[in-house]
Design a protein around this ligand. Structure first.
Ligand SMILES: Nc1nc2c(c(=O)[nH]1)N[C@H]1C(S)=C(S)[C@@H](COP(=O)(O)O)O[C@H]1N2
Ligand SMILES: [Mo]
Length: 217
């Protein structure tokens, strides 16, 4: 691919000209690792499960084997971290939440408005469900044709990015996807997650550069 021959600066300029570089971001060719706390180590996947709970018609608890039978999707995404790096044209594979809802695998109660991603060690992040139903949110198991690396969320992560060339209202910073994801909880109200309670913006919209919560005074 042509971009392989470009240096970082010219690649960034090309992306900027295409209108794909959000305000205050810069392009990286690397794949930085960012999280709070330890990286969970998984050996035997027989004890892993994925819970769907809260305001759903039927709570679910899928084993790893069951999760891997859900309908899968491949998607290319641009990722934008609040610490100002952006990485473009990344090939991912996993499961779209919308596919699970449309296919009846998850049946939401009519009063559902928000969803909390629950991860290992109690990490959470919150979003309006609507923002998780477009193509920029994925329950991701693979990156670049391989299972996720441990530090990027193996075996499963929520992934929030932007579809290349498609600015969407639902585009959010990367922390709105939880690595080492173990469940989704559906609610009829909002509840701030880990970084949201630590002073980051609750809404986290990339194109409006909503990085931090406004001060309370
Ligand atoms: N479980 C968990 N997921 C997390 C975080 C975390 O601290 N714990 N940090 C978030 C933040 S701030 C970012 S920028 C991305 C980084 O993903 P990466 O390490 O694959 O680049 O993970 C997000 N998901
Ligand atoms: Mo981040």
């Amino acid at each position: 691919m042509l971009k392989g021959f470009m240096d970082r600066r010219s690649h960034e300029e090309a992306i900027r000209r295409e209108g794909r570089l959000p305000p205050g971001q810069s392009l990286t060719e690397k794949f930085p690792v960012l999280h709070f706390g330890e990286i969970p180590q998984y050996g035997d996947m027989s004890t892993w499960n994925f819970r769907v709970f809260g305001l759903v018609e039927e709570e679910k608890r899928w084993s790893w084997e069951e999760f891997n039978k859900l309908p899968r999707t491949k998607v290319v995404l641009d990722l934008h971290c609040v610490t100002r790096w952006s990485k473009f044209d990344m090939p991912w594979e996993g499961v779209h939440l919308k596919t699970l809802i449309d296919g009846g695998f998850i049946k939401l109660k009519p009063n559902v408005t928000h969803c909390i991603q629950h991860c290992e060690y109690g990490y959470t992040t919150n979003l309006p469900v609507e923002a998780m139903l477009s193509g920029n949110f994925l329950l991701a198991t693979h990156y670049d044709g391989h299972p996720l690396e441990a530090e990027h969320g193996y075996p499963l992560r929520g992934l929030m990015g932007a579809v290349p060339h498609q600015r969407q209202e639902s585009d959010r910073y990367l922390w709105k996807g939880g690595k080492w994801l173990r469940g989704l909880e559906f609610l009829d109200h909002d509840e701030p997650g880990f970084w949201e309670q630590a002073g980051y913006s609750n809404s986290a919209k990339i194109w409006d550069e909503e990085r931090y919560a406004r001060r309370g005074w």
